[in-house]
Ligand binder design. Structure first.
Ligand SMILES: [Zn+2]
Length: 452
């Protein structure tokens, strides 16, 4: 007789792991690949309704991210199945007692006594399948195509970006003339399984590696209305060619023969008067620039920011840290400050002094800008000018010589072509720095950047 209690089976199933149970019971009804990926990542033709596509393929079904303990899954058409029992009932057409029995068999729960048998089968150890990295040609073509299909951020097509910035009290002006900023009117959003989820307008930003070489493209997916696109990760970085990395060993600027990890960054304008601001995100960097006039380079994330190596000609960096509940933003800012001093540069950190709202993970300088405008920022610039009145040098990448001698880089991003700081709320009187490289036509400069 079936004396199984639902709670006993549920507990035993959780202990055993639902993914193994599903693989044994319904594995033949799903694309095998779905079990080789972390729950939530893999997709399959729906085992309940199949697919509406004429070729018989489809990707409507996936397990929940917590499916190992919940056993649940969802189909875009059939809806959600909160736990493993409900999912099995729907797929196999079993009754609840039947389902309990089938699960009990797999996990080794004795149907008579409700106890786990000594000879219960151990869960299968799932081999971790590493996704095969796409080859370089594929990646380079991907990058080139996205870049070539994009338009300048000032193009009328870039209206969604304008709206996005306006919603955030930001302006396009500082990036208007930068050749490593582009706008794609309709860029594929591809999920982790290589499935194209849809097309969205996107801001493209060229990301440089620690040596200043173009490494990859950062994408911010938007809606036509200028909101973040309704996708799992609206901000993504394209994969990198094998000879590029966003963290790479470079020679310590002060100690011969000593290597340090250098992080990638987005070259948003040229440093002014030997001063360069650094932030994690693009919106933060732009807000600080609008508030203070300082050139600020976004480093994408805390991990890259703390490894930032100030380029040649930059005597002082100002770190505009994110105030996270986790403390990670502050930690990264302090580490960068310490390493900058270690490299013979002056460095200071500014953290927002507001408290983190209850519903937020943190607060950054962009939030400060939205809430308090310029008044929320330290009066940094005036003081800085008194300390650093020296002439502006060529703020090219720090390793230019070595790069050109040994690495034959694809053209390092040159200075911005437009005086990006000019006229921004009248904060900056002087024109932006002179160009260090001979000017080429717009196309020529774009081509330079596109050679990833
Ligand atoms: Zn379905």
């Amino acid at each position: 007789m079936n004396t199984l209690k639902a709670d006993d089976v549920r507990n035993a199933a959780q202990k055993h792991g639902w993914m193994d149970i599903h693989e044994r019971l319904i594995g033949n009804r799903l694309d095998g690949r779905i079990f080789q990926k972390a729950p939530g990542r893999g997709r399959s033709v729906c085992p309940i309704h199949g697919t509406s596509k004429s070729n018989g393929r489809g990707d409507g079904f996936r397990f929940f991210k917590d499916a190992e303990t919940s056993g649940g899954g969802v189909c875009n058409t059939c809806g959600k199945f909160a736990d493993g029992f409900r999912l099995l009932m729907a797929i196999e057409g079993w009754t609840f007692p039947q389902t309990l029995e089938e699960v009990a068999k797999v996990v080794g729960l004795d149907v008579g006594s409700g106890r786990v048998r000594k000879d219960a089968p151990p869960p299968r150890v799932r081999p971790k399948v590493e996704a095969k990295p796409p080859n370089d040609t594929f990646i380079r073509n991907l990058l080139r195509r996205a870049w070539a299909e994009a338009v300048p951020v000032t193009d009328p097509l870039a209206a969604p970006l304008m709206r996005y910035l306006m919603r955030r009290k930001l302006s396009i002006e500082p990036i208007a003339g930068l050749k490593n900023f582009r706008f794609h009117p309709s860029l594929d959003y591809v999920d982790d399984d290589g499935v194209v989820v849809g097309q969205f307008p996107a801001l493209l930003m060229g990301v440089s590696d620690a040596l200043g070489r173009p490494a990859t493209i950062h994408r911010t997916y938007l809606t036509e209305n200028g909101e973040k696109a309704p996708v799992e990760e609206p901000k993504k970085v394209f994969p990198l060619p094998n000879d590029r990395s966003l963290v790479m060993p470079v020679e310590h600027p002060r100690f011969d023969g000593m290597m340090v990890d250098g992080g990638g960054f987005i070259r948003m304008g040229e440093p002014q008067a030997g001063v360069l601001g650094v932030a994690e995100g693009f919106e933060t960097a732009l807000a600080v620039h609008l508030a203070t006039g300082m050139t600020v380079w976004p480093c994408v994330c805390a991990d890259l920011m703390e490894r930032f190596i100030p380029p040649e000609g930059v005597e002082q960096i100002v770190v505009w840290g994110d105030l996270d509940r986790s403390g990670r933003g502050r930690e990264a800012a302090q580490r960068l400050k310490a390493s900058a001093w270690d490299m013979g540069r002056k460095a200071l950190v500014f953290m927002p002094s507001l408290s983190i709202p209850d519903n937020a993970k943190g607060i950054d300088w962009h939030d400060v800008w939205v809430m308090h405008g310029q008044a929320g920022f330290p009066r940094f610039r005036t003081e800085q000018r008194a300390v650093m009145p020296m002439a502006v040098g060529d703020a090219g990448p720090r390793y230019t010589d070595r790069v050109e001698r040994n690495l034959q880089p694809i053209h390092v991003q040159g200075p911005c072509s437009t005086p990006q700081s000019e006229g921004i709320r009248g904060l900056i009187a002087e024109p932006s720095m002179r160009s260090a490289a001979p000017r080429t036509g717009l196309l020529g400069r774009l081509r330079n950047f596109v050679k990833f």
